[in-house]
Design a protein around this ligand. Structure first.
Ligand code: 5GP
Ligand code: MG
Length: 179
């Protein structure tokens, strides 16, 4: 598959296929099930739009009572991080005094997660943990350690399985890197 970015045709390569992703999602869910008390409510806070596919697969393997909430933040335009994070929706009130699991698609510079963790801690949650499908450890500008990580990847921009390029390609069942 070739895609156009800023008028230039770029090649793509499959980085993670559907079965590798599904296998890893089940493993992460097992770790989450082992960590949290089985009868205590867990609020899964999905970072939209990117994490919606991952979160939908992940929550179906969770065994504790879960509530699903979502927030929208924005840091990217095209393939560039703007460095300026915006909360596009308010934090849900239902997370106060709850165990919250943030579900994110990817940690790149770490700015978005740093911003979100500060916002949640100021909001009065009982506990907060981070679950990210992808992590780009060499791109971090702020040290962020997720509690659950699907895959560590290199610096190439990736799309598919929820991740977009200017709003498109989120529907791909696998993850593709732009080379
Ligand atoms: P950070 O604030 O860590 O730099 O960036 C986090 C957000 O940037 C992610 O939630 C995601 O929306 C976007 N992002 C970072 N790297 C990529 C990438 O390779 N592909 C896509 N589609 N989005 C990315
Ligand atoms: Mg995101």
């Amino acid at each position: 598959m070739q895609i156009e970015i800023n008028g230039e045709l770029r090649k793509t390569k499959i980085l993670l296929n559907e079965s590798a992703i599904q296998e890893r999602v089940q493993k992460i869910a097992q770790e989450i099930n082992q960590h949290y008390p089985p009868h205590e409510t867990l609020v899964v806070l999905v970072v939209l739009n990117g994490a919606f596919v991952f979160a939908a697969d992940l929550v179906r393997h969770l065994q504790m009572p879960t509530e699903i909430e979502s927030i929208r933040i924005r840091s990217y335009v095209g393939v560039q991080s703007t460095g300026c994070i915006e909360l596009l929706s308010p934090l849900p009130h239902s997370i106060v005094n709850k165990n919250v699991l943030i579900v994110e698609d990817i940690i790149d510079t770490g700015r978005s997660m740093d911003f979100l963790l500060k916002a949640l801690n100021a909001h009065g949650v009982k506990s907060v943990r981070v679950c990210t499908l992808l992590n780009k450890p060499h791109e971090h500008l702020i040290p962020i350690q997720a509690h659950y990580t699907g895959f560590e990847i290199g610096k190439n921009f990736v799309i598919g399985y929820g991740l977009d390029l200017d709003g498109k390609y989120r529907n791909l069942p696998h993850i593709v890197e732009i080379i």
